[in-house]
Design a protein around this ligand. Structure first.
Ligand SMILES: [Zn+2]
Length: 353
């Protein structure tokens, strides 16, 4: 069967990969986001259908991983929770790209326990759901502790983070930590157990739902952490709320002029089994092909934070690319009975204790 927009898609993906690699080779970009670049190359190299694309990502990823190892030979003397989390993400991806360092892993293990769940992602996941009282970063640049309503530095009122935004870091950090063999604040099971509390998901509501953007990303990161970043397919029966939310709202990414979000809608829906010829996927492909920038990236070309340059490009590639044959499976298969119970509307005995 002829692939929908096959040759154009392949070219667009290749140009996107070259943009990400060029961006990752700029020293200050790599210093700030090296761990995330490695994750990008690693997942594309391990889950893509195209052997050529896997090879491209593997070559780029291994070269960057060797460089990352040179820059991170040991855990620094003074570390905070974010530094430890970055080391875990980077080292896990480098390991998976075949550039291993067992000694660093032992050092990370030795320091990871110095920090609590609140240090890693703002809340004590074992005992409380994602909270509503985490202040967003202040415009003055200050980071304020949880519970603050007025900035301690400039005395201006603070905006609170969406609890969906708070949930994302908890999902990714607990998941990668457990996969790597180091607990970052909590077990993944203690984070995912709050999923029923996050449901039901409210839609875009003509722009009236302030949580919409973060709801999308919370839902996509529930999917990524349960499907091992696109290694497996998920049954829509296990996650009926998430599946229907994604299907209902994919077109809002076009309304919001947001290719980054479109990419995440598409790869998560594909993992629920939507085929390349499904009308939503085709609409997404058309949209992303039309939105690619002349330099091969997606998103705002004038964004100051380089994250806003490479990350939309990464998710657009994830939306456009095809995946190798996948079985229905969970990253942590022991969670299946819980997901099934929640899907049936039974949440008894899941919280706390
Ligand atoms: Zn302030």
């Amino acid at each position: 069967m002829r692939r929908f927009r096959g040759p154009e898609r392949d070219r667009a993906i290749q140009r996107g990969m070259e943009f990400i690699y060029r961006t990752a080779c700029v020293p200050e970009n790599f210093e700030q986001y090296g761990y995330d670049f490695l994750c990008c190359f690693q997942v594309i190299s391990s889950t893509s259908l195209s052997e050529e694309l896997r090879e491209t990502a593997r070559t780029m990823g291994r070269e960057r991983a060797r460089h990352w190892r040179l820059k991170h030979p040991r855990v620094p003397k003074k570390v905070d929770a974010d530094t430890v989390a970055g080391l875990v993400f980077g080292s896990d991806a480098a390991d998976r790209l075949g550039v291993r360092d067992k000694a660093l892993k032992e050092q990370i293990r030795a320091v990871a326990g110095r920090f609590s769940a609140r240090d890693y992602f703002w809340f004590d996941a074992a005992n409380e759901p994602p909270p509503l009282d985490v202040p967003d970063g202040c415009e003055c640049g200050a980071v304020n502790p949880r519970g603050r309503k007025i900035c301690g530095s400039c005395k201006q009122p603070l905006e609170m983070l969406s609890r969906y935004a708070v949930y994302i870091d908890a999902l990714t950090r607990s998941y990668i930590g457990e996969r790597y063999g180091v607990t970052l604040g909590a077990r993944y099971a203690d984070v995912i157990k709050w999923l029923p509390v996050m449901r039901p998901y409210e839609g875009y509501n003509n722009g009236e739902n302030p949580d919409f953007y973060w709801t999308v990303y919370a839902v996509t990161h529930v999917v990524y952490t349960l499907n091992d970043y696109n290694l497996y397919n998920l049954s829509s029966r296990w996650l009926a709320d998430e599946f229907s939310f994604l299907k209902r709202n994919l077109k809002q990414a076009i309304v919001m002029e947001d290719p980054e979000t479109m990419g995440e809608f598409m790869d998560t829906l594909k993992s629920f089994g939507l085929g390349e010829n499904h009308s939503l996927i085709r609409q997404g492909v058309e949209y992303l092909l039309a939105e690619q920038n002349p330099d091969g990236s997606w998103g705002d070309m004038n964004a100051e934070d380089v994250y806003q340059r490479y990350h939309p490009t990464w998710t657009a590639i994830d939306g456009l690319r095809e995946y190798g044959s996948r079985n229905e499976r969970l990253s942590f298969p022991r969670l299946l009975p819980r997901l099934e119970r929640w899907a049936a509307g039974n949440h008894q005995g899941d919280h706390g204790k």
